[in-house]
Design a binder for this molecule. Sequence first.
Ligand code: GMT
Length: 372
Amino acid sequence: MKIGIVCYPTFGGSGVLATELGKALAQKGHLVHFITYQQPVRLGSFTPNIFYHEVQVPTYPLFDFPPYETALASTLVDVIKNNDLDLLHVHYAIPHASAAYMAKQILKKEGKDIPVITTLHGTDITLVGRDKTYAPVVTFSINESDAITAVSENLKAETLSHFHIEKEIDVILNFVDVSRFNRKPIDAFRKVIAPNGERILLHASNFRKIKRVQDVVKIFAEVNKKIPSKLLFVGDGPERNTAEDLSRELGVCDEIRFVGKQEQMEDILAIADLFLLTSEYESFGLAALEAMAAGVPVVSTNAGGLGEINIDGITGHLSNVGDVENMTAQALQILKDDATLKGFKERAAQHSQKFDIHFVVPQYEKLYERFL
Ligand code: GMT
């Protein structure tokens, strides 16, 4: 198949998922065309079946807001026609589903019918998409898609309760390439972070308000009082300064390292003992699943779809949003001794296998085949 993929090329979960899907499809012999404003961060080195088309957005003095959606729709028309694509798969509804709709209509006039599949990821539905300024366009363009998928049962339910959706939504759960995260820790790296054998806690996100990173710092400060430990913060975003300030206030800044955006997550996860995800909402929590694949247990909130991947008492623990005290107790319970930690690590790794790329990618292929 010749497949076009539209996504955000940044470190966000939807872009990561879309890029990993494209890479997996290419490995299976499909020709995959990424159409984005920048090369997706997870794309990596040259692969014969993968093509990349940059969306250029020319500026003009009149434009206070360069019209990205128009540029994307025009690029889609061009790429679909010139490469004779069979279908278009867009990730994150805004503005990808409406740009795809526009491209589809233009191509229809020229006699080409291009099926459009929209995958809903999270904030496109639960936060941004619900905003009155976007909702009518989001609802319309989702309904005009030939197929709609959601990355968790929870996100499907959220979509149906907040939008008037006229089509079936297929749930295709997010996935992870388990073999990629099955890494041995690099001893020298572990020693740099935890020179005295301290436990290593980890949080990775885009540091948006919804992630409640201040809760991560508070939990860590309490854990560190009882169990010598270090905290790694991976990623960057608007709440990073708040987290840094709080870590100074709580006197734990020397035990915390902010390592910024990182591409080699598998090497970082390999040295971690516990992943903390304190979000107010996660449609799925791909970062937590990647942690589990690396054998790292997860202490998370029970928000959104997190309970669909993190099994309380088995792969980690779940807590109500903002219940720092309970999450601290849960973290201490997992980290208290090597035998308990080992059990959680093994079960987390084992459970992640249910979400392995090899089970999930064929579900997308099956969906595509419905339209060919
Ligand atoms: O908000 C983010 O973390 C980024 C966002 C995105 O769309 O890039 O992530 C959403 O999609 C991920 C991949 O499907 C999910 O794992 C995240 O849970 C989801 N984020 C939220 O729902 C807040």
